[in-house]
Design a binder for this molecule. Structure first.
Ligand code: NAD
Length: 251
């Protein structure tokens, strides 16, 4: 327990598992009042936070939560947009539905939350927004990450645009680009690929490890440390950048 975020109000999307959960835990450890949200509220159990269901694809949900948090906590100091989904495949097996869903969940969700929560931050003349992008984006082309890479590149563009528009009004907006990170959904992707290809789960897993020059996957906590830094006042001169925490994947 320390106090790097003492008294700050932080909302985290997709905090039920993986990177979002690690960020919510880290922020609570550091003294923040955390509003931990997820599409599946059962996954939020055990977090030291205000727990709320939030579907980031629903404008009504986002607005209802914003009214509720404004009453209870006032404006946010920190917004972490973590919700995202991996479409596996190339342009040839990406349907319009896959493309639209990927952009709705990975990018438009951030448009919704930022548009809704930013006015409160502007009133306060302070706020840090952290958007979770990926090394698979405009940073690096990765096989079978066609729609995913396009959405995560859009997240970097959105991040820079918000940073530029509000740079004189106390708002910082940064993106984090993780490499391959151990998480429940990665486990599901490994299981699905193993079934699809007939290869063992361990062999499929090794393909993911092989993308990482350090010879191992990252942990969600390693991403949370960077989120903590960017969210905190320690990063007060840092805005509009895509920050890699990828074990050298982009080298
Ligand atoms: P995950 O994919 O295991 O968990 C995602 C969470 O999002 C789940 O708790 C799920 O219930 C929630 N969710 C799904 N749809 C939602 C919706 N509509 N509204 C709100 N919540 C919803 O977690 P992860 O793998 O740590 O990924 C988190 C973020 O990090 C994603 O944006 C992902 O693209 C990004 N990322 C992950 C990796 C990785 O290797 N795991 C690498 C780079 C970037």
């Amino acid at each position: 327990m320390s106090n790097r975020l003492n008294g700050k109000v932080a909302l985290v999307t997709a905090a039920g598992q993986g990177i979002g959960r690690a960020i919510a835990e880290k922020f609570a450890d550091q003294g923040a009042k955390v509003i931990a949200t997820d599409l599946d509220p059962n996954k939020l159990q055990g977090l030291r936070a205000k727990l709320r269901k939030l579907d980031v694809c629903s404008q009504d949900d986002v607005e209802a939560l914003s009214r509720e948090t404004a009453r209870e906590f006032g404006p946010l100091d920190i917004l972490v947009n973590c919700a995202g989904y991996v479409h596996h495949g190339t342009v040839l097996n990406c349907s319009d539905k896959d493309w639209d869903f990927s952009f709705d969940l990975n990018v438009k969700s951030m448009h919704r939350t930022i548009k809704t929560f930013l006015p409160g931050m502007l009133e306060k003349k302070a706020g840090s927004i952290v958007n979770i992008s990926s090394t698979a984006s405009s940073i690096r082309g990765v096989p079978n990450r066609y729609a995913y890479g396009a959405t995560k590149a859009a997240v970097i563009g959105l991040t820079k645009a918000v940073a530029a528009d509000f740079i004189t009004r106390g708002i910082r907006c940064n993106a984090i680009c993780p490499g391959t990170v151990e998480s429940p959904s990665l486990g599901e992707r490994i299981a699905a690929l193993s079934t699809e290809t007939g290869r063992s789960r361990e062999a499929v897993r090794q393909d993911f490890v092989a993308r990482q020059p350090m010879g191992r996957l990252g942990t969600a906590e390693e991403i949370a440390w960077l989120a903590l830094f960017l969210a905190s006042d320690e990063a007060s001169y840092i805005t509009g950048q895509a920050h890699l925490v990828d074990g050298g994947m982009a080298l």
